[in-house]
Write a new protein. Structure first.
Length: 365
C-alpha cells in the first residue's frame, strides 16, 4: 500500500498492511537522527516510515518551524509576537496585546498581507503527492491564537468579564484560519485539514465546558466547516484533559483526535477508544513523559503493542503517534523499538535512508 492508501484505509476502518504512522520529533532529535542516518533533516520522517506529509501555514510555523540553536535566541513573527528559545522550545517572550486597552485590542490587524508567504510553505510537500497523505495545519485557530496575542491571564479575564471582546477576537482569529484553510483547500490536493486549539491543562479544561461551548465552539465550528465543505477528513489537536468536550468535537464533524496525552486526567487512550471509537479515529497516546525518554526497549515495545492492539480493536481507526514530539533525551533504541513494533524494522529504516542520501530536501514537520 502507498502511505496515502494506508491512512485512508485506516480512517475508513478497512484492512491495512500495517498501522499508519505519524510521529513528530523535537528539532534536536531530528538533527541527531539525520546525523545517525546520514541524510538531510527533512528526510528523517520519510526514512523512519511516517505516512503523512504536513506543514504549518498559520502561527504554529512561528512557534515550531523557526528553529534556534542557542538559548536566548529570538525572533518576532508576522503577528508581532516575540519568541525566545528557552529550554527545549521557543517560548513567547512578548505578547503584543498584553498591555493593550480594549480599543487597542480591537484595532489589532492580522497579517493578511503575508498569507501568500504562509501558504507557500505547502509547496515542497507536493512532490509525489499521489503517494503520500497530505495535510495542512492551520493552527492555532481560536482560543490559542488569542492567547498568543493577549496572554493567558488576559484572555481568561476577557472571557469572564468582557465576553463581548473575547468573542469578537475569537471570531477574528477564526476568520484568519478560515481564510488560510479555504485557500489551501482550493490550491492543494489535501487529504485532511488539521486544526489545533489548546484549551486544556493537565487535569481539566482552562475554562468551564459551558464557557467553551458558548464562546469558543461556534468559532471553531466555522473552521471545521471548511474541511467538511471540501470533502476532507478533519483532524484536531488539543493537548491536555479535554475529555468533557470530546462529544462536542464529534458533533462538530471531527474525524481524528490528537495527541491523546495519556498522562492527563481521563485521557487513557484505550478508555477513549472504547467510549468514542465508533465515532472518531485517534492519533497519538504513546507516552513521551516517562516511557519513551526514560523507559527501556521492552517498556516501549509493550506500550506500543498495547496501543496497537487496543486502538485498532474493531478494525482500524488509529494512527500510531506519540503523545507529543519525541524529546531529545529519548534513546535511539527506544525510537527504533517504537517503529519496529509497528512493523518498520531498523534495517528497513537504514535501507530507506541510504536511498534518500543526496536527495533534494522537501519539507519539515
Amino acid at each position: 500500500m502507498t502511505s496515502k492508501q494506508r491512512v485512508h484505509a485506516a480512517l475508513e476502518r478497512k484492512p491495512v498492511d500495517r498501522v499508519p504512522i505519524f510521529v513528530w520529533f523535537h528539532p534536536v532529535t531530528v538533527s541527531h537522527l539525520a546525523t545517525l542516518l546520514e541524510i538531510p533533516p527533512s528526510s528523517v520522517a520519510e526514512a523512519l516510515g511516517n505516512d503523512i506529509r504536513q506543514t504549518w501555514v498559520n502561527n504554529n510555523y512561528a512557534m515550531e518551524g523557526i528553529v534556534h540553536r542557542h538559548e536566548g535566541e529570538e525572533h518576532t513573527d508576522r503577528w508581532g509576537i516575540r519568541w525566545k528559545k528557552a529550554g527545549a522550545f521557543n517560548q513567547i517572550a512578548t505578547f503584543p496585546l498584553s498591555k493593550a486597552t480594549r480599543e487597542e485590542v480591537l484595532e489589532y490587524r492580522f497579517p493578511v498581507g503575508h498569507q501568500e508567504e504562509l501558504l507557500g510553505q505547502m509547496s515542497p510537500l507536493l512532490r509525489d503527492a499521489e503517494e503520500w497523505f497530505i495535510g495542512c495545519d492551520v493552527s492555532p485557530c481560536v482560543f490559542e491564537m488569542y492567547f498568543r496575542l493577549r496572554g493567558m491571564d488576559n484572555v481568561l479575564t476577557d472571557m469572564a468579564i468582557d465576553p463581548e471582546l473575547a468573542c469578537e477576537m475569537f471570531k477574528r482569529c477564526a476568520d484568519f484560519s478560515i481564510q488560510l484553510a479555504g485557500e489551501a483547500c482550493r490550491r492543494y490536493p489535501l487529504d485532511w485539514l488539521w486544526t489545533g486549539d489548546d484549551v486544556a491543562g493537565q487535569d481539566a479544561l482552562m475554562m468551564s465546558p459551558a464557557m467553551w461551548r458558548e464562546q469558543i465552539k461556534p468559532q471553531l465550528q466555522r473552521v471545521f466547516d471548511v474541511s467538511k465543505s471540501a470533502g476532507l477528513w478533519h483532524a484536531h489537536h488539543c493537548c491536555g484533559a479535554l475529555r468533557p468536550i470530546i462529544p462536542d468535537l464529534i458533533e462538530m464533524g471531527l474525524d481524528v483526535l490528537n495527541p491523546i496525552q495519556c498522562n492527563c486526567a481521563e485521557m487513557d487512550p484505550l478508555d477513549l477508544k472504547r467510549e468514542f471509537g465508533q465515532h472518531i479515529a485517534f492519533m497519538g497516546g504513546l507516552d513521551t513523559v516517562d516511557v519513551l525518554p526514560h523507559g527501556n526497549v521492552d517498556d516501549v515495545r509493550r506500550s506500543t503493542a498495547r496501543l496497537l492492539q487496543g486502538m485498532t480493536a474493531g478494525g482500524g481507526g488509529y494512527i500510531l503517534a506519540a503523545s507529543h514530539t519525541i524529546p531529545p533525551e529519548t534513546p535511539d533504541q527506544n525510537i527504533f523499538a517504537l517503529f519496529a513494533e509497528a512493523g518498520v524494522s531498523r534495517e528497513e529504516i537504514f535501507d530507506r535512508a541510504a536511498g534518500l542520501r543526496g536527495k533534494t530536501p522537501d519539507y519539515t514537520y
